[in-house]
Structure formats: C-alpha cells, structure tokens
Design a protein around this ligand. Structure first.
Ligand code: SAM
Length: 260
C-alpha cells in the first residue's frame, strides 16, 4: 500500500530528531531489552483507537522468538526493517515482494500495533511486526547469513552530542550486520539528516565487509515502491518540506576464510 493511500494517520507524527529526556521518564519499563544500558527511550502509546493486528503482531518481551520461529517455511529471502514506524514501507514491501518475508521490528508498541493492523487489513501473510529492540534482535535472535537485507529508514538522529551513542549506525553495528546478512545481501538506509548521513557513510563506508553499491541504489529506486527506500511516513513528510534525502545501499562482501 502506498503511503498516499493509507487511511488518515491516527497517531501524531513522530517528532523530528531525538526524543528528549522527557520521553525517558514516560517510557514503560518493559524489560532490559528495551533499556539496555539505559540507551533507548521509547514512546508510550498515544492513540485510543482500537487496533486489530490479527496475528501480524508479536510482542517481543524479555524472550522474543528467534527469527526462524517467526518465518514460515518456504521463504528463501527474509528481510528485516528496523524502526518500521507506522508501517508504510513494510506494507508496500509485502506487496512488491510477495516471495520475500518481511519482519518489521519497532520499539514503540503503539506504532507496531498500528502497522500490524494495516498489514492485517491487506490480508497478506508474508510480513510481521515485532516489538523489540532491533539492534539487539539482530545480535541475539538471528542466525548467521539469515538475511537478504536490513532496511533502516530515517533512524532517530539523536542530534544532541551527548546522545550520539544511541544512534543505530555506530561502530558496534558493523559486526552485527556483517554476521546476519548473507553474501551479496544489502543494508539499505535513508536519512534526511546530513550529519547522521556523514556518520553512516563513514561507519559503513569504512567497513571491510561492506561496499557501497550506487548501481543498486538506482536499480531499487527505479524498481518502485516497496523494493527499497520508499514509501515511508517520514519520507513523505520530508519530501513535502523539500528536504534532501540521502539513500544508501551497502552490499555484503563475500565472507573471508576464518569469518564467523
Ligand atoms: C524517525 S522514526 C522513522 C519511522 C519510519 N522508518 C519512517 O521512515 O517513517 C524512527 C523509528 O524507529 C524506532 N526505533 C528507534 N530505535 C529503535 C530500535 N533500536 N529498534 C526498533 N525500533 C527503533 C522508533 O520507535 C521510531 O518508530
């Protein structure tokens, strides 16, 4: 489903940039997976409409199911989107790639529930929403080389200097992504934040296991909605504002002998 054909959004737009300290206090302490090192603050539910996510929503809790427990048998390609928000990309991707299984990992329960409700309404079963910390899920619930792609669209930029360690694309993410993405799989990223884009280019561009693939960026953009990058709610908002959006595809290089 394209973002433009979505029903009127019932949640307010997520705020630009990072939530400030007020959100830390508002976050529900749902367990250590959500508050590892006190580094993540998650927004509380702000909608009062009844969702019906059917069986498209999984609450991760303290012991989320492993990826192979969530993916039905028969899918050769499995992709994860971290921070699915209201689900525009995930829903478009399940339509564009019917033979691929798409797992959206969203830390905020309200957004995950709304996205799962929208997915449920499509009747498609090649996608699922999981409430969890995406980085941690890749780290401890995904097998080596189990993913064809990881999508991260408009990750929170955490603009305050003291919060920079909370960003998704810090040095520690490289080993995590390199382990779970199969050879010739992709990390696909979009951001409007020039400073964060610089960090992403530096971190991912300096990685020995990944190489930027500009042809793939063009190929996916040309393939249309759901193949990568578009549509997302933040993309729509930022395009309306005339912001520059940077999109990156980093390809996983073949594993070297001795790699885990
Ligand atoms: C700026 S919003 C972008 C949402 C969506 N990708 C879009 O483009 O409209 C970032 C989203 O990532 C989620 N998020 C932040 N850190 C996360 C994490 N570690 N794991 C899963 N979701 C996370 C937030 O709750 C929020 O919904």
């Amino acid at each position: 489903m394209a973002a433009s054909s979505e029903p009127e959004d019932l949640l307010p737009d997520l705020p630009d940039g990072a939530p400030d300290g007020a959100n830390d206090a508002a976050a529900t302490p749902r367990g250590s997976r959500m508050h590892r090192g006190g580094k993540l603050a998650f927004r509380s539910r702000v909608q009062d409409q009844e969702d019906d996510p059917g069986d498209r929503l999984v609450m991760g809790g303290e012991n989320p199911p492993a990826l192979d427990e969530l993916v039905p048998k028969g899918y050769r390609d499995v992709e994860i989107e971290i921070g699915s928000g209201k689900g525009a990309y995930l829903i478009a991707a399940t339509a564009a790639k019917p033979d691929t299984f798409l797992l959206g990992i969203e830390a905020a329960t309200g957004y995950a529930s709304l996205a799962a409700t929208r997915l449920h309404e499509t009747g498609r079963t090649n996608g699922l929403l999981l409430v969890d910390n995406g980085k941690l899920y890749l780290e401890d619930r995904c097998a080596e080389a189990s993913l064809a792609a990881v999508h991260v669209y408009f990750p929170d930029p955490w603009p305050k200097r003291r919060h920079r360690g909370r960003r998704f694309f810090t040095e520690d993410v490289l080993d995590v992504l390199a382990r779970v993405i199969r050879c010739d799989g992709y990390v696909l990223i979009a951001t409007d934040n020039a400073c964060y884009a610089g960090q992403i280019a530096r971190v991912m561009g300096g990685a020995c296991d990944f190489v930027r693939d500009e042809q793939e960026e063009q190929r996916r953009i040309a393939a249309g909605p759901g193949h990568a990058f578009t549509p997302t709610n933040f993309e729509r908002k930022y395009l309306e504002q005339g912001r520059v959006i940077r999109r990156y595809a980093f390809r996983r290089l073949p594993r070297r002998r001795g790699d885990a």
